[in-house]
Design a binder for this molecule. Structure first.
Ligand code: IVH
Length: 677
């Protein structure tokens, strides 16, 4: 291997300082300077040079942030100055008491100036820099000694490996909070849950767990950030006179400081800051559990000093807790409008996140297994922001002897149909479909929707009323509604009633695929419905087909086949189909004489605007003639129908010399095959 030339050494130094500079703008100032791609290019160049010239390796290099797979042992670090904690105020009165004590001690009648800082919910860390380079990073531990977590801290992009500027002290210790932003926490938990692994209860635990990793390569993949809040040890003559200016200094050295920080004059101003931050709490990208008020002037801080383990010059005014313990008294199963059967924990009521919570969703059986939740268990309930309350953890050693496991009911608690859990799907479902009252409105809404039987005038509002009044239980009941029934409803006039009855009448003779689609069988969309109809030809054949036969249809896999089978296996659904027949609904069976269709095997493309019909209508008619309708033109396209203002697709067709029809030509073709009007 060749030795690094002076040019190479210079380039490596240049790259390192450039990359650190971009990091600083990105992670500390939230003000990115270059596109990610450019950053990645510089980063890779540096990585390559360091690989080619190992003698240039340096712990300060930004490439080291990816961590190392060597196991660390977390040696003990004794803090030069103890890492104290803060006293808490839980009410306005307690805060006023604090301010009064401060003024009394200082013998001051005027307002005290405070710095108000969000209290980040993470872990305190202490970072030592010698001659501007990070040497040791430690956890708080018991306040007197903590653990050496330098390797893990180095992976956090917002921690400077080297201090910036020319006023860097020989020796300095900066303290701050390492935390995990909410978005990163959600993603991490999702990833862990997807793998069936244990998730973290909250961002704080996730940050703690990430810092405790033996391999820093794992920490490097966790979305951690660090925010500085104080300078602990340095030559004090180098520091400004106030907490505020000290933090500005720390920011210039390369640390992130909290952008929500502000000053307050006197306790009333502090209370205002508290309320303002409280308002913002949910919209901040990270979690905070309160606001810290610190006397701004360092000389006053010195005069106030400490009592036992907390400073007299600072206090944490706490926000309402977002986590509490309670007991799962029961688990009930709810049926949603799409048939999803969801376990819901009935809780001993608990005040959390500002409201009293007595229910929490358990999502599905996988989640219950993952949590290992039993009825009778003591659990952590978390309600952050307006997110619905979650059961995040079971306290295993508080499980009573009579705790009961949770079991998925075999039948729907609403309609008694079988509850089906398809393998590979987390959600269990009621198979009652058209019959289940919980799914009634949704089933009717789908049946009447534009792409299904297109019953104009039967909107959500009327469906709600008709179902709530008990006038319609299944879609078959729609066909028995009379104008008189409808005009008995408030705000339904004679005219709309007769229009609605007409619209319902008009849906009595759907083509088979549309009717099949309208039944709302899970995962049977328009395309699958069409494929099923043209493969089997009749409803009876579909209803009788076993899963194997169903899977002969293109695009029907085992899951869809399972859904279709379980739909037709439910006696209730059969009854509803029978009721529809008796109500005079006649679906037109498909003619399955393959090859007889005039456009069989051809691919057509529609482009531009047609004046006499919608594109969907044109598509349907072409499909009725056997054509496949595609979205883009290729050599395989048989013909392009170009309406008004056709653009690139028409140009492409001309270029490929593909036949083009205008609207008139299309109408002629349809007419020839009896598809006019
Ligand atoms: S100052 C002597 N400022 O709260 C003063 N602490 O309960 C020590 N914390 O262990 C801390 N944000 O982890 C301070 N802006 C902030 C803070 C903060 C969060 C944490 C810190 C500390 C705990 C004290």
């Amino acid at each position: 291997m060749s030795k690094a030339t002076p040019e190479i050494i210079k380039r490596v130094e240049e790259l390192r300082s450039q990359i650190e500079d971009y990091n600083y703008h990105y992670y500390v100032l939230d003000d990115p300077r270059i596109p990610d791609a450019e950053y990645d290019r510089l980063f890779r160049e540096l990585q390559q040079l360091e690989a080619d010239y190992p003698e240039l390796a340096s712990d300060d290099s930004p490439t080291r942030r990816v961590g190392s797979s060597a196991e660390t042992s977390f040696e003990e670090v004794v803090h030069r100055l103890p890492m104290l904690s803060l006293d808490n105020a839980f009410s306005e009165d307690e805060l006023r008491d604090f301010d009064r004590r401060v003024r009394e001690r200082l013998g001051s009648d005027g307002d005290i100036e405070y710095v108000c800082e969000p209290k980040l919910d993470g872990l305190a860390v202490s970072l030592h820099y010698e001659n501007g380079s990070l040497t040791v990073a430690a956890t708080r531990g018991d306040g007197y000694s903590g653990e050496d977590i330098t390797a893990n801290i180095r992976t956090i992009p917002s921690v400077p490996l080297k201090l910036r500027g020319d006023d860097v002290p020989d020796m300095v210790e900066v303290r701050g909070e390492v935390y995990m932003p909410k978005a990163g926490f959600e993603k991490l938990n999702q990833r862990l849950a997807d793998r069936g692994e244990k998730t973290f209860v909250n961002p704080r635990n996730a940050a703690a767990g990430s810092l405790r990793q033996k391999k820093s390569t794992v920490t490097a993949k966790r979305p951690l950030e660090m925010c500085a809040y104080s300078v602990a040890v340095t030559d004090e003559s180098l520091l400004p006179d106030t907490q505020w200016d000290g933090l500005q200094q720390v920011q210039r050295w390369g640390f992130r400081i909290n952008p929500e920080m502000r000053k307050a004059n006197g306790v009333e101003d502090c209370l205002e800051a508290y309320n303002e931050l409280m308002e913002k709490r949910d919209s901040l990208p990270y979690e905070i559990d309160g606001i810290v008020f610190k006397v701004n002037r360092l000389d006053l801080q010195q005069r106030l000093g400490f009592v036992s383990r907390a400073p007299r010059w600072a206090i944490a005014h706490k926000f309402p807790a977002q986590e509490e313990l309670t007991v799962i008294e029961d688990v009930e199963f709810q049926v949603g409008r799409t048939g999803a059967v969801t376990p819901v924990a009935r809780l001993k009521p608990v005040f959390v996140g500002g409201v009293t919570v007595s229910n929490a969703t358990l999502h599905n059986m996988d989640e219950i297994r993952r949590l290992d939740a039993h009825i009778g268990d003591t659990v952590f309930i978390r309600r952050a922001g307006d997110v619905i309350p979650q059961v995040v953890k079971v306290v295993a050693d508080k499980r009573p002897e009579n705790a009961r496991p949770v079991e998925l009911p075999k039948t729907c608690p609403v309609c008694g149909s079988d509850v089906i859990q398809i393998e590979g799907e987390a959600v269990a479902r009621c198979s009652g479909g058209l019959y289940c009252p919980a799914q009634r409105k949704e089933a009717i809404r789908h049946y009447a929707s534009r792409k299904a039987l297109d019953i104009e005038g039967l909107g959500d509002k009327w469906i709600d009323i008709l179902v709530d009044r008990g006038m319609v239980k299944t879609v078959a009941d729609l066909y028995h509604l009379t104008v008189r029934d409808l005009t008995s409803l408030e705000r339904m006039g004679e005219k709309s009633a007769s229009n609605l009855v007409k619209a319902i009448e008009g849906s009595r003779e759907p083509v088979l695929w549309r009717f099949l689609y309208a039944l709302g069988i899970r995962e049977v969309g328009e395309a699958t419905a069409k494929a099923l109809a043209s493969h089997f030809g009749t409803m009876e054949a579909i209803a009788d087909a076993d899963e194997e036969a169903l899977q002969e249809v293109p695009d029907v896999g085992p899951i869809v086949a399972g859904h279709i089978r379980s739909f037709f296996d439910q006696p209730h659904n059969q009854e509803t189909l029978q009721a529809l027949k008796e109500a005079g609904v006649r679906w037109q069976e498909e003619v399955v004489e393959q090859g007889e269709k005039p456009l069989q095997g051809e691919t057509w493309v529609l482009t531009g605007t047609l004046s006499g019909m919608t594109r969907d209508e044109a598509k349907e008619k072409l499909e009725a003639l056997g054509a496949k309708v595609a979205g883009s033109v290729s050599k395989k396209t048989a013909c392009v129908v170009a309406g008004e203002a056709a653009g690139s697709k028409l140009a492409k067709a001309e270029q490929l010399e593909i036949p083009v029809l205008d609207e008139e030509g299309l109408l002629k073709l349809l007419k020839e095959h009896g598809l006019d009007g």
